[in-house]
Ligand binder design. Structure first.
Ligand code: DAH
Length: 341
């Protein structure tokens, strides 16, 4: 009998030695310690043992049972630790001194385009101005010839603060302050983040960037406006860009225009980015309305000027072929990383 126990023990230890994976240990447990297991079988066999040997037999089998349980447990833990160590060694090792592990940051596409346009205008004698994102009703609307209840306000619903201030809906909101600050003659551009209460889609976002520009001097006419716009666009795109000028209404300019460029994503054939028209409204502009000049303290007998509101976000989409405006604010590095500089 003892021999039987001994043989079973040897056979078990051999199998245990060979087992490696979690399933193998489970199989062993069932094979030896399960309900129909071999060691369990020895215990069940107790009745057939002569009474005077039962005690010794029982002790031996229980000893083997315990050895088997502990053996499986120990080997399982060892295998688990081995697996963990192998994983750490192979894939989860960090060495912060390795340059390849350090992600390189990049400029946002809008920053890139903004800087480029700034440089072009700076080379034409424009100063670059910064202005608030939180403004009051006067600067955003009234000083721009948009009185309370004017229907033009419907186009620019935004986020109002409880103190009556609002997130600026357009960079035009800085015109009045900049005119007052510098007086005429004046050439300035002012980029900025704008906000509108919009339903979003591929070409609308509640947060976007514009770049406003104004030029005020003696004898400024629409020809000056067209010249500056064309120069800027051909510099940005490094090629002749097709543009068209349509009449457009904005209370702060007279006459006002919509300057469109042919959609560079579809080549003018029509796609979701250009609402299938083949054209993108890029830069509304016009001759500054005398009421706006007056509100800014400019002598309208002596000076005239033009203004434009360039869609910086649109421009970045055109330049980099970004199809969905929502990518720009998403923080999605997969799209934004392409512009690493
Ligand atoms: N501020 C206008 C808007 O966001 C755009 C605009 C139109 C700006 C005509 C201008 C301009 O300077 O002359 O809708």
């Amino acid at each position: 009998m003892d021999n039987r126990i001994q043989r079973l023990r040897e056979q078990f230890l051999e199998n245990l030695q060979r087992a490696n994976a979690a399933e193998a240990f489970e199989e062993l447990r069932v094979q030896y310690l399960g309900k129909k297991g071999e060691i369990t079988g020895l215990l069940k066999n107790m009745a057939s043992i002569e009474p005077e040997r039962r005690k010794e037999y029982g002790a031996l089998v229980n000893q083997l049972k315990e050895e088997a349980e502990n053996g499986i447990k120990k080997r399982m833990e060892e295998a688990h630790a081995r697996e963990l160590n192998a994983r750490i060694a192979a894939t989860e090792r960090y060495d912060l001194t390795l340059p390849s592990m350090v992600r390189q940051g990049s400029y946002h596409p809008i920053t890139l385009v903004q800087r480029e346009v700034e440089q072009i205008f700076a080379s034409m004698g424009f100063t670059i101005e910064d202005y608030d994102e939180i403004v009051d009703d006067y600067h955003c609307f009234e000083a721009l010839n948009i009185p309370k209840h004017h229907p033009a306000r419907d186009m620019q619903d935004t986020y109002y603060l409880s103190n009556g201030q609002l997130l600026k809906t357009h960079t035009s909101a800085a015109q009045n302050a900049i005119m007052k600050k510098y007086g005429a003659p004046l050439r300035a551009i002012f980029p900025g983040r704008c906000f509108r209460n919009e339903s979003t889609d591929a070409c609308h976002e509640n947060t976007f960037f514009q770049m406003e520009g104004i030029m005020i001097d003696e004898n400024i006419s629409i020809s000056n406006l067209i010249y500056f716009m064309k120069t800027m666009l051909s510099e940005v795109f490094q090629r002749d860009v097709k543009v068209r000028l349509r009449p457009g209404f904005f209370p702060f300019v007279e006459p006002g225009f919509e300057l469109d460029i042919s959609c560079l994503i579809c080549g003018g054939e029509g796609c979701p980015s250009c609402k299938n028209s083949g054209w993108l409204e890029l830069c509304p502009c016009g001759m500054i309305h005398p009421n706006v000049l007056k509100a800014g303290g400019i002598d309208t007998e002596k000076y005239t000027g033009f203004a434009f509101g360039l869609g910086l976000t649109r421009l970045a989409m055109m330049k980099y072929g970004i199809k969905d405006i929502r990518d720009l604010n998403s923080g999605n590095l997969k799209s934004l990383d392409q512009f690493v500089k």
